[in-house]
Write a protein that binds this ligand. Structure first.
Ligand code: FES
Length: 546
């Protein structure tokens, strides 16, 4: 400490607060987090604590090969072991770009020191020729137009510059905004923190408030697993449905709950989805963006509109219950956050499907899909992996039309590897040319929370381990029946048994290193894709100090 320029009295007898910071120059969503760490430190000093900033591996959604999801568990392990091995008493967790939120929370849960999640905040809304543009969602939309030849290269470049206007995470209701909202619904952020735009001065003040509060949390010994009860997870699932949240949230919430020793399964999402309306009118399910959501009252306003669907006595990091934190919250703009009598959709935005094609479940975001395809039977067009899809999708001799069902194999947790966001497969140009903008697509991949379309995702078990998706052949009829939650391959069982016998297990992708560990220990999508040894087993004892 002397080497760092501190005197004994600077830290003696004070809670030591680790500021786990996923800032990096290669993560544009976290570009402001170095400055925010200074605001956190100010708060920690004011409350009589001693702050230490600890850098952590950044998971930057747009750059990581082969998929950022491959590394969520690595960040979780790093967070847990940093908090265990360093002499700290509490933590501020700074992140926001998709996988950083669950990664930081998973590690903090397992270590179970007092912790507050500080969301990086959404970036400002895009503005292109006076029209708001949303990251991801509008990119996909206009990319389809670019492929159809209706947008020039110059227009495309101009749009790109107008979408990315500030630091912060994607400002649609993608995975980042969803997970920040769910961290708040779980009680792990200060109230109202999840939607403050990253460049807003309120974000600086909120960062300082986190620093102030964590010191008291240490004295109160209020730890993540005191907050993250079954009721807290039920609140998060209900909020996930009301915001039309990203399908990725299902995997992350399952993994987070398992870290708490709770078993939330896919059926819980379907059951809650059936009784919670979609209230957030945010892209990709709705019309607005996260900046609008903040001005409309933010998550506290949305949650105050669904109090009857929440456990109001659930605890939160500020020491008050969810119900106490919602006192006085109200909707400012009722078109952005819809009142209960005028929801965007009367039931939740996500359905869980089962059938002989997905014995352990699959997911579809109905809120962002074409209603006309919710009941659909069509012939499969099978791509054995991403390269195959890229090579053949636009070939003239590929037999398909808008009634075909596109199937992508080898895109799951092991097949991707890392379950990449390939689930919103691009539509073939000959279908786009007819003016068609949606088709049924089925894969064991994930899909960006900013994506949309009739995409059945997370098919479990995945094709790479011999799940039924591996057995589908061109021309097989596939039946999607969302009303009855069905996903079935209409092929006789004896024929499927024959194909199963002929299936050849692919060779492992990795012979060493983190990849080999991942391959050996990662669980399937319906179990949260955590490592089996991280989501179960006895507590790790406090290390001895010699
Ligand atoms: Fe970071 Fe979307 S790229 S949140």
């Amino acid at each position: 400490m002397k080497q760092l320029g501190f005197r004994n009295e600077d830290y003696t007898g004070k809670p030591v607060i680790a500021i786990i910071n996923t800032w990096s120059e290669i993560n544009p969503c976290h570009a402001h987090l170095r400055e925010r760490a200074e605001a956190v430190k100010r708060g920690v000093w004011q409350s009589g604590g001693f702050p230490v900033e600890v850098p952590a591996f950044t998971i930057t959604e747009t750059y990581m090969k082969p998929s950022p999801m491959l590394y969520r568990n690595l960040l979780a392990m790093e967070t847990e072991e940093a908090l265990r091995s360093l002499p700290v008493d509490g933590a501020i967790l700074m992140g926001g770009c998709d996988k950083t939120t669950p990664g930081l929370l998973m590690g903090a849960i397992s270590m179970n020191l007092p912790a507050i999640f500080l969301p990086a905040g959404p970036m400002l809304r895009g503005n292109y020729q006076g029209k708001p543009l949303g990251s991801g969602t509008d990119l996909w939309k206009f990319w389809a137009e670019r492929c159809a030849g209706t947008i020039s290269e110059q227009e495309w470049n101009d749009m790109e510059a107008c979408i990315a206007r500030s630091p912060g995470f994607c400002m649609t209701m993608g995975t980042a905004s969803t997970m920040a909202s769910l961290a708040e619904a779980l009680g792990m952020t200060l109230p109202g923190a999840s939607s403050i735009p990253a460049p807003d001065s309120n974000h600086v003040r909120m960062s300082m408030d986190c620093g102030r509060r964590i010191v008291d949390m240490v004295w109160d010994d209020l730890k993540p697993r005191d907050i993250l009860t079954l009721e807290a997870f039920q609140n998060a699932i209900a909020v996930d449905m009301a915001i039309g949240g990203s399908t990725n949230a299902i995997i992350h919430l399952v993994a987070l709950s398992a870290r708490c020793g709770l078993s939330i399964d896919l059926a819980a999402f379907d059951a809650i989805s059936r009784c919670v309306p979609v209230l957030a009118n945010i892209r990709p399910s709705g019309a607005y963006l996260m900046e609008d959501f903040y001005y409309a009252g933010g998550l506290t306003a949305l949650m105050s509109e669904m109090k009857d669907l929440l456990h109001l006595d659930a605890a939160t990091v500020n020491g008050c219950s969810i119900g106490e934190n919602l006192a006085g919250a109200k909707i400012i703009q009722p078109d952005v956050i819809r009142p209960r009598d005028n929801p965007l959709a009367s039931t939740g935005g996500t359905a869980i499907l089962y059938g002989n094609l997905a014995p352990d479940g699959a997911v579809i975001k109905t809120a962002a899909a074409d209603a006309r395809l919710m009941q659909h039977t069509g012939p499969a067009v099978v791509f054995k992996d991403y390269d195959d899809m890229e090579a053949r999708m636009n070939r003239e001799d590929l037999e398909l039309d808008e009634n075909s069902v596109l199937v992508l194999q080898s895109a799951g947790p092991l097949g991707g590897p890392g379950m990449p966001e390939w689930g919103m497969m691009p539509l073939p140009q000959k279908v786009l040319a007819k003016g068609i903008r949606d088709m049924v697509r089925i894969s064991d991949a994930r899909m960006s929370g900013t994506s949309y379309g009739t995409c059945v995702l997370h098919v479990s078990p995945e094709s790479f381990v011999g799940g039924p998706l591996a057995l589908v052949k061109d021309g097989d009829l596939i039946q999607l029946d969302v009303a009855n939650r069905g996903l079935n391959l209409l092929v006789a069982e004896d024929e499927l048994a024959r194909r199963r016998r002929e299936w050849v297990k692919p060779a492992p992708r990795y012979g060493r290193g983190y990849g080999a560990l991942y391959e050996e220990r990662v669980t399937q999508a319906h179990l949260g894709c955590d490592f089996d040894f991280l989501s179960a087993g006895p507590e790790t004892p406090e290390p001895a100090i010699h």
